[in-house]
Design a protein around this ligand. Structure first.
Ligand code: SOE
Length: 386
């Protein structure tokens, strides 16, 4: 493979690791048009950055992301940072003509998202927003079944994204629990994924009603140097206020007449990274559960009377999206594979000078729904979009 693309990654914690793995694996398993080169890893703390770079095979380190973006040999900027830092880094990257692979949620608000999209378009860079669950073979099977009319007219979308990593009231006040760094709680972090899936599978949303709540209102301050994998240590005994919601529930009407519900929480004791959705239509239904991510449940009204029932389809043979790149039929894949799929499509998008989805335009649409949800929760009123 003659062509090479040099990557500069900013951020080296959970997502930094997930992205690094994907850059490395993509050309090993898939046909890609260019070889991604793990060129520069960027972060604030030189010692831990160095350790990360060595482990994952990044050639160089840099503690000033502006210097990294200014380098003419960097082709792609990978934004693996908390959302309060996306705007500044992505804007600089786009202005410098770099393609952008950005973690979700896109930004702190739709105003920032609008500008990020505009500047990317003005500078003709490829922009990708990493709502990785779209690239699960079972989710793509659901999409294909909807598009080929297997479910008929869509009536219901029912989605729950449930985690439990802050159930302990002594879990520290990490950046995810403070408005200035996260903007919102599970509404941003988890419902952004859920709304992206709903846009992808059902369509645009017309109205939103929501409520949010807090179960724990103050927590011990966090030692952020120890945070990164949804764990962290406290910084002494001092406490501070939790300034984002702990759970967010939304009810929506889609433009096509379907109705939907979204439940996002970090207080679903026992659920670590539970994401389920159900879609009910006039001819059939599908159900998906991330904890069984290689499967899709399907119910068809076309099955004979007396033989109807949900059946399990294993999305693990070469007819299913991306599976031909991996193992022989029936061999399952996992969470990290979705990041690899995204990298493969991103490299092809750059090569063909074509957009990839989801991108910053999708991110803007998602944030508009999430903001409407927060507005509805604050006012008690249903909010109409557009
Ligand atoms: C934390 O809730 C988190 O890491 C999300 O930010 C990711 O998007 C999700 O994939 C796993 O959980």
């Amino acid at each position: 493979m003659a062509k090479q693309l040099n990557i500069g990654i900013v951020g080296y914690k959970f997502m930094g690791r997930a992205h690094s793995n994907a850059w490395k694996k993509a050309p090993l398993f898939f046909d890609v048009p260019s070889q991604p080169v793990l060129k520069v890893a960027c972060g604030r703390h030189q010692a831990s950055l160095q350790e990360f770079a060595q482990k994952w095979g990044w050639e160089e380190t840099e503690t000033d992301w502006k210097k990294m973006i200014a380098r003419p040999d960097i082709d792609i900027v990978d934004v693996a940072l908390p959302q309060n830092l996306h705007y500044e880094v992505a804007m600089a990257a786009a202005r410098a003509g770099k393609h952008i692979f950005c973690e979700k949620p896109l930004a702190m608000n739709s105003r920032q998202a609008e500008e990020m999209l505009r500047v990317c378009e003005e500078n003709h860079v490829t922009h990708y927003l990493n709502h990785n669950y779209r690239r699960l073979p079972a989710v793509l099977l659901a999409k294909k079944m909807i598009e080929t009319g297997k479910l008929g007219r869509l009536f219901h979308w029912r989605c729950a994204y449930q985690q439990d990593w802050i159930v302990d009231p002594n879990f520290p006040l990490t950046w995810q629990l403070r408005k200035e760094t996260a903007q919102a709680g599970p509404q941003w972090d988890l419902n952004s994924h859920a709304v992206d899936l709903a846009h992808f599978l059902i369509g645009d949303i017309d109205t939103v009603s929501a409520l949010t709540t807090n179960f724990v209102t103050e927590r011990p301050l966090a030692d952020e140097s120890t945070s990164g994998n949804l764990t962290a240590e406290t910084l002494g005994d001092q406490k501070g206020p939790v300034t984002v919601e702990d759970a967010a529930l939304m009810l929506v009407q889609f433009q096509n007449g379907a109705v939907g519900s979204f439940e996002a929480t970090r207080f679903a004791t026992g659920k670590k990274n539970g994401l389920t959705f159900e879609i009910y239509g006039s001819k059939g239904s599908v159900k998906f559960d991330l904890e069984r991510m290689n499967e899709l449940q399907y119910y068809s009204l076309n099955d004979e009377a007396g033989e109807q029932g949900f059946r399990t389809i294993q999305a693990t043979d070469p007819t299913h999206a991306y599976m031909q790149g991996w193992w022989p039929p029936g061999h399952i894949i996992g969470y990290e594979h979705t990041f690899v799929h995204a990298v493969v499509d991103f490299l092809w998008a750059i090569d063909g000078n074509k957009p990839i989805e989801p991108n910053f335009s999708d991110g803007l649409r998602i944030l508009t729904v999430l903001e409407a949800g927060l507005e509805s929760a604050a006012t008690g009123q249903r909010v109409k979009l557009n």
